[in-house]
Design a protein around this ligand. Structure first.
Ligand code: MG
Length: 364
């Protein structure tokens, strides 16, 4: 029996990144997130909506998610009607699912990790944004390797790719796994040229070389190039994952709890295990709330390769996250052990980061 939802709060927070994060589409200096705090008859729960401030990544935005939660998903949840049936709005859906599950598991004193059947730790991996300064990049990746990170994923785009990956490989040698993420910024011909140049570098994978809907192009690349192809942006549901796998359009899938929700991410993980496709846990630059859910999911047994799970300090410094920081120790991050997500915002930090909050009740 699901606990009844009485009230929810939508808390918009803004945290400053320690350095701007640049992808093929955007450069962001701040992290905008929407926290969902639910109050149920079993108690409170938290979730984080990972939709970015602007829509370049996958069309969803944090403001769109807020409207979807306030006007559509929460009214359904108050009425006890399934909100998961609402199409789209995936990040909003995932945040509400997480908050309701957190409340239920807290009430039952069950850690999310145990509920999922996950391991205790996750190997640490980090995504590095695009930069024009290769010397700076070399020193950045060296510092991550020294801090124990097992995988470094470099954001790339046409013109800032081969030199970047060669420089990082030369800096790190074979000790650290190296991946690239193009966020769909190549056409097929450009991707072929890229792979011709980097196929000898032994990358773990290149994530999303071509556009999200370029299924045929990715299927061709899978059959033509040596470097494994990982898809991310089109992995919007377990059904979408099944179709991508059936079309032989990937060697690996990025599984994002922020987009798929906890149960959806587990289902995509299961699809990958069944199909013997590598599953990589994908991050969305989460604050500590979303990071707790990411780690619990990333510790599922089928995630055997290192994905996007980084420590809090990589994004927000040692004391800038909303929660107690997640810290890399011996190359690993520990999944929280407390009930539910096992973390909560620290009140002073939440107050400092909050730029708007809205209380939603069944009457609104
Ligand atoms: Mg990606």
């Amino acid at each position: 029996m699901e606990p009844a939802l009485h009230e929810a709060e939508l808390i918009r927070v803004r945290l400053r990144f320690v350095e701007p994060f640049r992808t093929a589409h955007t450069a962001t200096a701040t992290k905008d997130a929407l926290l969902v705090r639910v109050q149920t008859d079993a108690g409170a729960g938290w979730g984080e909506c990972t939709a970015p401030a602007s829509p370049e990544y996958d069309g969803e935005t944090v403001d769109g998610a807020r409207a979807a939660l306030r006007d559509h998903l929460l009214p359904r949840a108050f009425a006890g009607v399934g909100f998961a049936a609402v199409p789209g709005n995936r990040a909003a859906n995932a945040a509400l699912e997480c908050a309701l599950l957190d409340a239920r598991l807290r009430a039952d004193a069950i850690p999310l990790r145990l509920w999922l059947g996950s391991r205790e730790t996750v190997d640490a991996g980090v995504a590095v944004g695009i930069t024009d300064d290769l010397d700076q990049l070399r020193s950045t990746v060296r510092s991550y390797a020294t801090a124990g990170y097992r995988r470094i994923k470099c954001k790339i785009e046409p013109g800032r790719d081969v030199d970047v990956l060669r420089a990082v490989r030369a800096e790190l040698g074979a000790d650290v796994e190296l991946a690239a993420d193009a966020n769909g910024s190549y056409d097929y011909k450009g991707a072929r040229r890229l792979f011709d140049a980097i196929d000898g570098l032994g990358l773990q994978c290149v994530e999303q070389p071509c556009a999200a809907d370029a299924v045929d192009e990715h299927a061709a690349l899978v059959s033509e190039v040596r470097t494994p192809i990982c898809l991310d942006e089109p992995v919007t549901s377990p059904a979408a994952a099944r179709q991508i796998i059936a079309r032989h359009a990937c060697d690996a899938l990025a599984v994002k709890v922020g987009r798929l929700g906890i149960s959806g991410a587990r289902q995509v993980h299961d699809e990958c295990v069944t199909a013997s496709i590598a599953a990589l846990a994908g991050g969305m630059l989460e604050t500590g709330i979303g990071r707790a859910a990411l780690l619990a999911v990333a510790a599922l047994p089928g995630f055997t390769r290192t994905g996007d799970c980084a420590g809090s300090d990589r994004f927000f410094g040692s004391d800038g996250d909303l929660t107690e920081p997640f810290t890399v120790v011996d190359g690993k991050l520990a999944v929280p052990t407390g009930p539910g997500l096992g973390v909560e915002p620290i009140p002073e930090r939440l107050a400092r980061a909050t730029i708007a909050r809205e209380r939603i009740t069944p009457r609104d």
